[in-house]
Ligand binder design. Structure first.
Ligand SMILES: Nc1ncnc2c1ncn2[C@@H]1O[C@H](COP(=O)(O)OP(=O)(O)OP(=O)(O)O)[C@@H](O)[C@H]1O
Length: 967
C-alpha cells in the first residue's frame, strides 16, 4: 500500500494528491494565521496570515472495551501523532491528519480537551465552529458526540464550556468570569431522507421534557430551508448546560435508528445541533452524521432499506463533493445537492467559521476498507485552503492568466478596431467620391432640364437635326452598300445571261449551218431524182428541180440589191415577187381540192419560162439568175442550161396552148415570141376565166397577166388589173396568215406538242386561198374584182373587197368537204415535215386518204402509217383498220376551217427531213425575234416552216419572202 503523504510535510513538499493541489501549494507561503488556534498543541498546522486550512481533521479511533479479545489494530499512529498508518497484511498506508486520538488511550474528556475545547473557546469569543462526526456506522460517532453514561460527550462539554457551571475564573484571569455568556439557544434538527425535521418541535406539543414522542416521524415537524438556514426551526435556550444537554440527548432519541449488522442502533439520519451564543455571536454546529457505509456492507437488502441507505449516502456524498470542490478550487461548490450541505454552506464560506472534522474509525481489521475510505475523505478535506478574505482567493493565478488573455484579447480587439477604422475611412472616402459624382450628375440633370425647359426648342431642334443627320448618314451608308451589292448582282446576272445567249446563238448558228447543208442535200437529192425520172415524168421533174433551185436560193446570201419586198408601190420589176405568189397560188388549184403536183410543176415551169426569158431579155441572163440563185450556182446551172431550156420551151408551149386554146382574159399572141403578150381583153375576162376553170387547166389567167405585166409589155389598164389581182391574192394570203396566227390554242398547241413548229402550216392558208380562188364558187369574187378594176376604183377598195369576200366561200365549201393537213411525224431525226393539205369528203376513210397521199408524194412515196394524235395509246392505225377509220376521226387542228391532222409515221425509219427537231425560232424568245429588226440574212434564209409560232411581225416578214413560201 502506498504511503499517505505526511501532513507534516505539507509546508515543505507538495505531497497532496488532489488534482488542484498546485493552486493550493502556490499560496502556502501566503497563509494567514489561523484564527482558531488548534487546541492541539501538537498540531502542525501553521497559521498564516493570508491563508489557512478551514477544515481541521482529527482521527478518532474507537475502542472495544466490551470485547474480551480485542482485534489487532490495523491503525497505528506515528510518533508525531499526525500520521495514521493503516496496516494490512500486504502493507500499510499513512494518512496525515491534524490529530489522531485513540479512544483506548484518550477518553472523551481528554479528546475533548485536546481537540475540541479550543474551538469551543473561540465560539465563546464569538467565532463560529462546526464539528462534524464522520465515519462508518458503529465507528463511535454518536458515542463521541453524545457520550455515554460514563463519559459526557462533546455536546455536554461544549455547553458546559460555553455556559459554564457557575464557576468563577481565578484571579489570574483578571477576576473575569468565563461564564459571562449566560445562555445559549439550541436547535436540534434531523435530516432524514433529504428532509429536515425539527427534533425540538412536535405536533403533539412542545416544551422540554413534556410529552415528547419516543420516536417516529409522525410528530416531527418538517422544516424548509430558507437560504442557508432552516426556516422556523425551534430552539431551546438556557444557561444550564446540564439541562440543555439532557434535553438534547432526549430529542436525539427521536432520530431514526435501525439495527444493522454494524450497529444495533444505527443512526439513519443526520443530526445537527446548533448552539448560538447570542451575546458574542458565536455559533457552534455539532453534526452527527449517519453512517457512510455501503449498502451491501450495511446488510440492507430490502428495497426500503436500500432507499434509506441511498438517501443517507446522498448527504454524505454531497458533503464529500462540497469538500472536494472547495479543495479543488472550483468556481462552483455543490452546496445545493443536499439539505445537509445547504445548512453547512456558511460553515464553509464564512471566514470566521472553522470546521473540525472528526474521523471516526474502527481499528478492527474487518473495517479496514471503511477506515481507509474515511481517512481518504478526511485527508481530502484537510487539503482545503481558504484565502484571507474569500474562500476562492486562490484563483489569483488564474486571474493573472485571464488578465494576460484579456490583454491579448484587448490587443486583438484594438487591432480589429484599427482595421475597422481604416475600412471606415476608406468607405468614407468612397462615400465622398460618390457624393461628388452624384452632385456632378445632378448638375448635368439640372443642365439638361434647363436646356429642355429654359433654352427652348432651338437647342432641341439642333439636337434632333443632329441625330436625324446621323441616322440619315447611317441609313445612306447602308443603302449605298445595298445598292453596290445589287449592282454587283445585276452585273453578274447580265454577264451570266450574256454568256448564255452567246452559247445559244452559237448553237443556233450551228443548227442553221446544219440546216443549210441539209437543204443542199435535199436539192441534190431532188436533182438526182429529177434526172432519174426525167424521162418518165417529163417536165414535172424540171419543175421540181426548179423548185429545189429556188429553195436553195433562199439560203444563199442575198444580194444587197435583191428585192423581196411586197410593197405595191414598187416598179414593174418589183411586182415580180407578188406575181410569183399569184403563180404559186394558181399552182395550188385543183378541181378535186388536192394540190396537184403535176399542175404545180407545170405552172412552175411556166414561171420559170417567164422568169428566165423575161429577165434575160430585160436584165440579162446573169442578173436574172442572180435573183433566183446564187452566183456560184449559176455556173452550175450553165451545165444544165440545155435541159432547162427544154423545160422552158415546154412551159412556153404549154402557156401558148392554154392561152390559145381557151377564152381566158389573157391573150397571148400565138404568133409572137413567148416574151410578147397581148393585153387581156376585159370584155372577155369572165368568159375566159370561166372557160379556163371549166377546162380544168391548172394555169391561171392571172399568171398570164402577171407574166405579161412583169415584162412591161402591157398597157396601164392591164398593169392596174395585174396589181389588183396581186392585191387579191395577197389579201387571201394575209387572211390565212392571220387565221393561222389566231389559231385557237388547242390546235396550235397540238402542233407545238407534236414538235411540229416547223410545220409549214401557214402555207396551208395560202393554198387554201388559192384553191378557193380557183374554185368555181370564187368566180363571183373574181368577177367582182374584174368589175372593180374596170370601174376604175382605187386599190384600197379593191383590196378590202378581196379581203372580205375571200373568206366566205370556205365556210360553204367546208360543209361538204374537210381539210386534212398531212405531215410527217416529228422525231429526233425528223422535224415533222409538212406535206400538203388535202380536201376530202367527210365520208372518206384513211384508206382513201392514203391513196391521195401516195399520189401526192409521188417519187418521195414511202411506207407509212397513220397516227391518230391524241390517242392515249399512241399506237398507229394498222393498215387493215384504215378502211374502217374515217378521216374525221383524225384530230382537229383548226376549228375554224374544220381541218384535221393526218400525221404519218414512216415505217422504213428513213429520215424524211434532216431538219433538227428544234429550230432557231423555237428556241429564241418571241420578244427577241420581234425586236430583232431588221432581220439578218440568216433569218431571211430560214425556211418558211420556221415562221410557224413566231410573232405576227416576224412571221409576216418571213412569209413575205416569196422564196420561202414554197418548197
Ligand atoms: N470509544 C468507545 N468506547 C466504548 N464504547 C464505544 C466506543 N465507541 C463506541 N462504543 C460503543 O459502540 C456502540 C456503537 O457506537 P455508536 O453508536 O456511537 O456508533 P455510531 O458510529 O454512532 O454508529 P451509527 O452511525 O450507526 O449511529 C455503542 O454501543 C457504543 O457504546
Amino acid at each position: 500500500m502506498a504511503p499517505t503523504p505526511s501532513s507534516s510535510k505539507l509546508n515543505q513538499t507538495p505531497s497532496i494528491k488532489t488534482p488542484q493541489s498546485k493552486y493550493r501549494l502556490n499560496f502556502t507561503s501566503a497563509r494567514t494565521p489561523n484564527p482558531f488556534p488548534s487546541p492541539n498543541p501538537n498540531s502542525t498546522v501553521k497559521e498564516t496570515p493570508q491563508a489557512y486550512h478551514p477544515i481541521e481533521v482529527i482521527g478518532r479511533i474507537r475502542d472495544y472495551p466490551d470485547r474480551k479479545e480485542k482485534p489487532n489494530s490495523i491503525l497505528q499512529a506515528n510518533p508525531d501523532s499526525q500520521t495514521l498508518r493503516v496496516r494490512a497484511d500486504i502493507g500499510y498506508r499513512d494518512f496525515t491528519l491534524d490529530g489522531i486520538s485513540f479512544s483506548e488511550e484518550e477518553d472523551l474528556d481528554a479528546f475533548y480537551k485536546k481537540f475540541v475545547e479550543s474551538r469551543i473557546n473561540g465560539v465563546k469569543l464569538g467565532n463560529k465552529c462546526t464539528i462534524m462526526m464522520y465515519g462508518p456506522t458503529g465507528s463511535g460517532k454518536s458515542h463521541t458526540m453524545f457520550g455515554c453514561s460514563k463519559q459526557a460527550g462533546i455536546v455536554y462539554r461544549s455547553l458546559k464550556d460555553i455556559l459554564g457551571e457557575g464557576e468563577e475564573e481565578s484571579e489570574g484571569n483578571g477576576g473575569k468570569k468565563l461564564g459571562m455568556v449566560t445562555f445559549v439557544q439550541v436547535t436540534v434538527l434531523e435530516i432524514y431522507n433529504e428532509e429536515i425535521y425539527d427534533l425540538l418541535s412536535s405536533s403533539g406539543g412542545g416544551g422540554f421534557g413534556i410529552g415528547w414522542p419516543k420516536g417516529g416521524n409522525g410528530s416531527k415537524v418538517r422544516l424548509e430551508v430558507m437560504g442557508k438556514k432552516a426556516k422556523n426551526a425551534t430552539f431551546i435556550s438556557g444557561t444550564e448546560a446540564g439541562k440543555i444537554s439532557k434535553e438534547i440527548q432526549i430529542v436525539e432519541k427521536r432520530r431514526i435508528v435501525k439495527s444493522t449488522l454494524c450497529n444495533d442502533r444505527s443512526s439513519r439520519s443526520h443530526c445537527m445541533i446548533i448552539l448560538d451564543v447570542p451575546t458574542v455571536g458565536g455559533r457552534l454546529m455539532l453534526v452527527d452524521m449517519a453512517g457512510s457505509e455501503n449498502i451491501e456492507q450495511a446488510g440492507q437488502n430490502t428495497f426500503e432499506a436500500k432507499m434509506q441507505t441511498a438517501k443517507i449516502n446522498q448527504g454524505n456524498v454531497a458533503l464529500k463533493r462540497v469538500v472536494e470542490s472547495i479543495a479543488n478550487g472550483d468556481s462552483h461548490v455543490p452546496f445545493r445537492d443536499s439539505k445537509l450541505t445547504m445548512l453547512l454552506q456558511d460553515s464553509f464560506e464564512d471566514d470566521k467559521s472553522k470546521i473540525l472534522m472528526i474521523l471516526c474509525a474502527s481499528p478492527d481489521p474487518k473495517e479496514i476498507h471503511k477506515t481507509i475510505c474515511t481517512l481518504e475523505y478526511g485527508a481530502k478535506a484537510k487539503c482545503i485552503i481558504r484565502g484571507p478574505h474569500t474562500p476562492n482567493k486562490d484563483k489569483i493565478g488564474a486571474d493573472d492568466s485571464s488578465a494576460v488573455l484579456l490583454g491579448s484579447k484587448i490587443a486583438a480587439m484594438d487591432q480589429f478596431i484599427y482595421k475597422l477604422k481604416m475600412e471606415n475611412k476608406q468607405r468614407e472616402k468612397e462615400r465622398n467620391e460618390a457624393h461628388k459624382l452624384l452632385k456632378k450628375k445632378e448638375e448635368e440633370v439640372a443642365a439638361l432640364r434647363a436646356l429642355i425647359e429654359g433654352k427652348g426648342s432651338a437647342a432641341s431642334e439642333e439636337e434632333i437635326n443632329l441625330k436625324v443627320n446621323e441616322c440619315t448618314g447611317m441609313m445612306k451608308l447602308e443603302l449605298e452598300k445595298k445598292l453596290d451589292e445589287c449592282q454587283r448582282m445585276a452585273e453578274e446576272f447580265v454577264e451570266l445571261e450574256r454568256r448564255r445567249m452567246e452559247e445559244r446563238i452559237l448553237q443556233q448558228q450551228q443548227e442553221v449551218e446544219m440546216l443549210r447543208k441539209r437543204l443542199e442535200e435535199i436539192e441534190l437529192e431532188l436533182c438526182h431524182s429529177r434526172d432519174e425520172k426525167s424521162q418518165e415524168n417529163g417536165s414535172r421533174d424540171m419543175d421540181v428541180s426548179s423548185f429545189a433551185r429556188r429553195l436553195l436560193g433562199v439560203y444563199v446570201d442575198e444580194e444587197p440589191d435583191m428585192v423581196k419586198s411586197m410593197d405595191l408601190d414598187m416598179g414593174d420589176q418589183e411586182t415580180f415577187v407578188p406575181n410569183m405568189k399569184c403563180i404559186d397560188a394558181i399552182k395550188k388549184s385543183d378541181h378535186i381540192g388536192i394540190q396537184g403536183l403535176a399542175n404545180y410543176q407545170h405552172l412552175n415551169n411556166l414561171n420559170q419560162v417567164a422568169d428566165h426569158d423575161v429577165l434575160v431579155e430585160k436584165y440579162g441572163s446573169k442578173l436574172s439568175l442572180s435573183t433566183l440563185y446564187e452566183e456560184e450556182e449559176a455556173e452550175e446551172e450553165e451545165d444544165k442550161e440545155k435541159v432547162e431550156d427544154e423545160e422552158v420551151e415546154k412551159g412556153v408551149i404549154e402557156v401558148k396552148r392554154i392561152v390559145g386554146g381557151s377564152t381566158s382574159g389573157i391573150n397571148f399572141d400565138a404568133g409572137s415570141s413567148p416574151q410578147k403578150f397581148e393585153a387581156p381583153n376585159p370584155s372577155r375576162g369572165h368568159l375566159e376565166q370561166e372557160s379556163y376553170l371549166k377546162d380544168g387547166s391548172e394555169e391561171s389567167c392571172l399568171s398570164s397577166v402577171l407574166l405579161q405585166n412583169e415584162f412591161g409589155n402591157v398597157d396601164a389598164a392591164s398593169s392596174r388589173r395585174l396589181r389588183i389581182q396581186n392585191i387579191f391574192t395577197l389579201c387571201g394570203n394575209h387572211r390565212e396568215l392571220s387565221q393561222q396566227i389566231r389559231m385557237p390554242t388547242p390546235a396550235k398547241k397540238m402542233f407545238e406538242d407534236s414538235d411540229s413548229h416547223s410545220t409549214p402550216f401557214i402555207g396551208h392558208g395560202v393554198e387554201e386561198c388559192v384553191m378557193k380562188s380557183s374554185d368555181k364558187e370564187n368566180l363571183p369574187l373574181q368577177k367582182d374584182v374584174a368589175a372593180l378594176l374596170d370601174s376604175g376604183k382605187n386599190l384600197s377598195d379593191t383590196m378590202a373587197l378581196a379581203s372580205k369576200e375571200n373568206y366566205n366561200p370556205l365556210k360553204e365549201h367546208c360543209d361538204a368537204q374537210i381539210d386534212v393537213h398531212v405531215k410527217w411525224e416529228a422525231s429526233k431525226r425528223n422535224n415533222g415535215k409538212f406535206i400538203t393539205t388535202l380536201k376530202v369528203v367527210k365520208d372518206a376513210t384513211l384508206s382513201d386518204l392514203r391513196k391521195l397521199i401516195e399520189i401526192h408524194l409521188g417519187a418521195d412515196n414511202r411506207e407509212f402509217s397513220f397516227l391518230v394524235l391524241g390517242d392515249p395509246t399512241g399506237e398507229p392505225v394498222t393498215r387493215e383498220k384504215e378502211s374502217t377509220v374515217q378521216a374525221i376521226k383524225l384530230p382537229i387542228c383548226n376549228n375554224q376551217s374544220h381541218g384535221y391532222l393526218a400525221c404519218l409515221r414512216p415505217l422504213n425509219h428513213l429520215p424524211l427531213s434532216p431538219l433538227p427537231a428544234t429550230s432557231l425560232e423555237n428556241k429564241l424568245p418571241l420578244s427577241q425575234l420581234e425586236n430583232k429588226l431588221p432581220l439578218t440574212a440568216l433569218e431571211n434564209k430560214l425556211p418558211f416552216t420556221q415562221c410557224d409560232g413566231l410573232s405576227p411581225k416576224l412571221a409576216q416578214r418571213l412569209s413575205s419572202t416569196p422564196f420561202m413560201r414554197k418548197y
